[in-house]
Ligand binder design. Structure first.
Ligand SMILES: Nc1ncnc2c1ncn2[C@@H]1O[C@H](COP(=O)(O)OP(=O)(O)O)[C@@H](O)[C@H]1O
Ligand SMILES: [Mg+2]
Length: 244
């Protein structure tokens, strides 16, 4: 994927969540956003995914110009993408299978037979077939996130957006979900994700952007950002979070 982001602004009340954020990425398979809490990672992801319009600036993802998009254009763009957030966003009253097939019918307009075939393929691909008819409450957190990823991937998204997909998981389930994300990346899925898992970020990313105070403090290849950051703020952040 390719990103051109210029002077992006997004304000909530008195909070400048994005404050003139600019970023150029010529070509990336997996872009990872890191940085302190409240720095603007989630807001930036939502704007890149077409879930929110910026107040100011320009943003282009591949061929899609988002800043001036009309509501129908933005909705069409949003439907091309896949999303998974930190909190498990499954419908609690639907089985794993229904969580995958229902959006395929209601949002993407597939007829039930087609949705069922697509859902079955996603369940098989992610090793979830034995859990297909369970409700979210009957699944572990890691399994729920796998269902969420299966749902996001079932439509073959142009870009998969993951916002701290492992932050609510214990270490073993975190590993399970991180492995799945790595497999998707290796299979050629374009991904933009935010994470606090620095080891994973370094391993899976081909581009890393450090977001703080609504701006990009530094961006580049993982070897540069993690190995030899130019920014003093990035250096301090990494030395603090990688100590434990
Ligand atoms: N929907 C919202 N309403 C009000 N404030 C928000 C909203 N989303 C984010 N913010 C604020 O914007 C800033 C950036 O938040 P966020 O993008 O969630 O950062 P991060 O994901 O890096 O923790 C924070 O100060 C946050 O409180
Ligand atoms: Mg966030």
């Amino acid at each position: 994927m390719r990103l051109e982001v210029d002077h992006l602004g997004k304000t909530y009340g008195a909070t400048r969540a994005l404050d003139g954020l600019s970023l150029r990425v010529e070509s990336s398979r997996v872009l990872v956003l890191i940085g302190p809490s409240g720095g603007g990672k989630s807001t930036f992801l939502r704007v890149l995914g077409g879930l929110e319009l910026p107040d100011a600036g320009q943003v282009r993802v591949n061929t899609h110009e988002l800043a001036g998009a009309s509501p129908p254009e933005l909705q069409a763009y949003r439907r091309r993408n896949g999303f998974l957030f930190q909190q498990f966003n499954l419908f609690p009253h639907l089985t794993a299978r229904q969580n995958i097939t229902l959006p395929l019918e209601k949002v993407h307009g597939h007829d039930p037979a087609v949705a069922s075939t697509m859902g079955e393929a996603a369940l098989v691909r992610f090793g979830l077939i034995d859990h297909a008819d369970k409700l979210p409450a009957q699944l572990s957190g890691g399994q729920q996130q796998r269902v969420g990823i299966a749902r996001a991937i079932a439509v073959a998204p142009e870009v998969l957006f993951l916002d701290e997909p492992t932050s609510a998981l214990d270490p073993e389930m975190t590993a399970e979900v991180l492995e799945l994300i790595q497999e998707l990346a290796e299979a050629g899925q374009d991904i933009i994700l935010s994470t606090h898992e620095m080891g994973f970020a370094r391993a899976v990313a081909d581009q890393v952007a450090f977001v703080a105070a609504g701006k990009i403090e530094e961006a580049g290849a993982p070897a540069e950002i993690f190995g030899a950051p130019r920014s003093e703020q990035v250096r301090r952040f990494l030395s603090r979070v990688m100590r434990y």
